[in-house]
Design a protein around this ligand. Structure first.
Ligand code: SF4
Length: 369
């Protein structure tokens, strides 16, 4: 498989589809040494089953593991660190990875427990978990899905699970796009197999799964993300980290250069369109450098208020993010807004807490009028 190749497969059996993609890509010859330490990086952003649209289906990883074992590879580690505020161990259990590790000779590594080292990533010094340098071959298994801050997330952004939580927070203070691009230089992805079975096209942690029954594989994370954008009807220019990663030499963002091969269905892939709901709800927020988890909880909380007809009564914007530390204001969520007149404690506060806090604020404001 060459760097410009993208293999696409449709179907409903994630395990079989993953195996077929590995076979068609001749993954074993890409890895080479049977004793190689292989890392598999799924997306377990939070402890919700893959059917919700935010996490990698365990059967997809199972298909890869079965392929690797059959080809004689035995040193396999599934590595992940959920987003800030969530426990990876719980995600391993809820998402079916604990059970996977009981049935196959693979290790589970919670990167939140890992020590880190500093790496020069094309002029930006970033903290990476030690497992990054311990593996010889990294297989990235992201979910094709939306993201309320960066519009979409797939191969490049999934590497955030291999940095410590404190570094995840710092990424947001640096504007997210730039450090994600630089991270692509620090962590080399050798093979990418995208789970596009039922991603949520709006929210990173799922809740509104869209069944697409599609998976695709590639070797260039920039090209894979650009291809993913085309499937989601997103202009690559609207996701700055993709072209930034290209400018740093990680790969190619021009999908006209991709050699797309469909394994079981001819014709073009029909783009799945986002509803724009996350974008609409974000108009009720004022976000400066907020962590993914914090913002990822706020948007669904606002969606719940909207469903109850309460959101239109919220006249104040909800401030969120590390950029509000030490600042004063009216309404905020998270410890970063602790100097505000009305704020919700937590780092991050959970979705239900945000929903209840904002609902109470709306009701009290109504009573004052
Ligand atoms: S309160 Fe601040 S530091 Fe904590 S998760 Fe939210 S934005 Fe991040």
């Amino acid at each position: 498989m060459n760097k410009q190749d993208i293999l696409v497969i449709h179907g409903e059996d994630g395990k079989k589809m993953a195996r077929r993609l590995c076979e068609e890509a001749a993954l074993s010859s890409l890895i080479g040494d049977r004793g190689a330490a292989i890392g598999i990086k799924p997306n377990l952003v939070s402890a919700y089953p893959a059917e919700m649209g935010g996490t990698t289906h365990p059967e997809v990883v199972e298909g890869i593991v079965e392929y690797l074992l059959a080809e004689g590879f035995g040193n396999i580690t599934i590595m992940e660190g959920s987003w800030v505020g969530d426990e990876t161990k719980e995600a391993f259990r809820v998402c079916g990875y604990e059970s996977l590790a009981e049935r196959y000779p693979v290790r589970l590594l919670d990167t939140k427990t890992e020590k880190a080292f500093t790496a020069d990533c094309a002029g930006m010094r970033l903290q990476l978990c030690n497992c990054v340098r311990d593996v010889n071959f990294l297989i990235n298994v992201p979910v094709m899905k939306g993201h309320c801050q960066t519009r979409m997330t797939c191969a490049l952004k999934n590497m955030k699970g291999l940095i410590p939580d404190r570094e995840k927070r710092r990424f947001h203070t640096m504007g997210l796009h730039k450090p994600i691009a630089h991270l692509s230089v620090g962590i080399r992805q050798d093979f990418i197999l995208v789970d596009g079975i039922c991603g949520d096209l709006e929210f990173e942690d799922g809740g509104n799964p869209v069944v697409m029954n599609r998976m695709f594989a590639g070797r260039d994370p920039v090209l894979v993300d650009a291809f993913c954008c085309s499937l989601m009807g997103i202009d690559v220019a609207d996701v700055p980290y993709i072209t930034l990663a290209q400018s740093l030499g990680t790969g190619c963002a021009d999908i006209s250069k991709a050699n797309v091969r469909r394994l079981n269905r001819a014709g073009a892939d029909i783009p799945v369109m986002r509803t724009g709901k996350a974008l609409r709800l974000s108009e009720k927020t004022q976000e400066v450098e907020s962590c993914s988890a914090c913002y990822g909880y706020l948007i669904p909380a606002l969606a719940r208020l909207e469903e109850e007809g309460l959101l239109e009564k919220l006249t104040e914007k909800v401030c969120i993010g590390q950029g509000f530390r030490g600042q004063t204001g009216e309404l905020g969520v998270g410890d970063c807004t602790s100097c505000f007149r009305h704020f919700l404690e937590g780092c991050p506060p959970l979705e239900t807490q945000m929903y209840e806090f904002l609902k109470k604020y709306i009701e009290e404001t109504e009573m004052r009028i």
